[in-house]
Design a binder for this molecule. Sequence first.
Ligand code: FMN
Length: 201
Amino acid sequence: MRNGCFKRHTLQHLLARRRSVRSYADEPVPLSALLNILSAGQGRTSTEGKRAAPSAHALYPLTLGVVVRRVDGLAPGFYRFEPESAQLKPGGHCVQTGALNAAALGDETWLEDAAVVVVIIGNRGLAIQHFAEQQADGLRGARYVDFEAGAVAQSMYLAVTAEGLGSVVVMGFDDAAMTSALGLDESGQPVALFCVGRPVV
Ligand SMILES: Cc1cc2nc3c(=O)[nH]c(=O)nc-3n(C[C@H](O)[C@H](O)[C@H](O)COP(=O)(O)O)c2cc1C
């Protein structure tokens, strides 16, 4: 793809500009930008409840948890994104400083430096049960959850690019340790983490 030949915010421009960013400035992220990014991932886009990213059988086994550190007009904490209202609701858990990187497989300092870490949470049990008739061993349902998370991540990457921010998807973590760090129960497993912040230039 050719760089620099597209009008700002055309799909081609955003695809050409999208890049994983791992160094973030201390600056906060505007709340409106964060909500645009989350809406690109899981926002409701139809009256019958369909969302920005596709979902097999419109089951929607994904939710977005949001670790907020530096967002204008929003207290730091753990939130859940509500697709229907496109708003953030308190998530009921306090994520300790250093806990996300401690659960990573490598030294992923961007998990601690990012202004926001979006957690793509999958209800694999729901999908495995729902698609058991198609494949009783559950592999199909589990695969669909991972596939859908990829669609969410790419949409959020493009929205981040449109907002002039930077992001990186992180999947190199210990599942049990990350589940515990995020205070998740058996109804949701962390599929991917998505760091967001203002890039260091
Ligand atoms: C499935 C998947 C897992 C990834 N896991 C990590 C990760 O754990 N840590 C990280 O820093 N980047 C991770 N990345 C980002 C890749 O390193 C990055 O996309 C790749 O280097 C290509 O660079 P680009 O995104 O700038 O095009 C992951 C990407 C994908 C698609």
